[in-house]
Design a protein around this ligand. Sequence first.
Ligand code: SF4
Length: 295
Amino acid sequence: MPDKYTAVWVSHSSMGDFIKCPRSYYLHNMYKDPKTGHKVSLVTPHMSLGIAVHEVLEGLAEFPSESRMGHDLLAIYEKEWKKVTGKKGGFLNDTEEAEFKARGVVMLKKVVEDPRFLVNKCIKLPQDKMPCNFYLSEEHNIILNGLVDWIEYLPETDSLHLVDFKTGKVEEKESSLQLPIYLLLCDALHKKRKVIKASYWYLESDKLVEKKLPDIDTARRDVLAAAVKVKDARDIAKREGVEKAFVCPQGVYNPQTKEGGCMSCRPYEFILNSDSRVEFVGVGGFSQDMYVLIR
Ligand code: SF4
């Protein structure tokens, strides 16, 4: 019988970290502050903007499709913004915060003008306190978890359309595992209907980009291959130590001198080394210690 508590949990973001850089994966997903026992996380203005806009849009799924767009999205955004305002959202001053907040207002006004499929029926995957999850591999003891932003129900074909909202400017790479992961989550947790379509909605440019989905076997093969690499590295870390398992692939960061590094890891190395260039701003919803980079 597999044991969920000893399983390795993987998600799009954690596998994405690992693919970019194993050390970055360790810093973002495994390291725990020995004093608090908490994982650590860096809050940034981009992240806070994304959280506030996602909360508004994903929250619409709670309302019936007919009345959904009758709700005042900007008023909901104001409420959501209060949760990320100030330093706890990564903003170092009022001007910076106002600029980011205004970007979200523009995005939501475009959604109100043309809500596209948000006025159609949607479904939600079953979820408890944890994000949606299922055993990707019992043999390897790996659980895949994640949250699909929006799942439109297509009545003509009794099928599903997966949508991911994007608040950043950078387009998702062709090699991204995000949609294959969403496909696997839907396939495992909503057996009744098939996914036939997937899109990214770039909210700033108001561009909806439809993407070709892999077949389910290819999706499972690719996602499992990435997940097994993560698990293998964690096993090496247990046997031989973190410095052996999660190395900087570019050779930039020096674990002996604790110097070097790039923008993805430097703020985290500052956190690990109690450097004054990062400041503790509170404990987040998943009991992680949150820090802001003093830029
Ligand atoms: S410098 Fe090396 S360890 Fe740091 S994030 Fe970049 S690749 Fe990873």
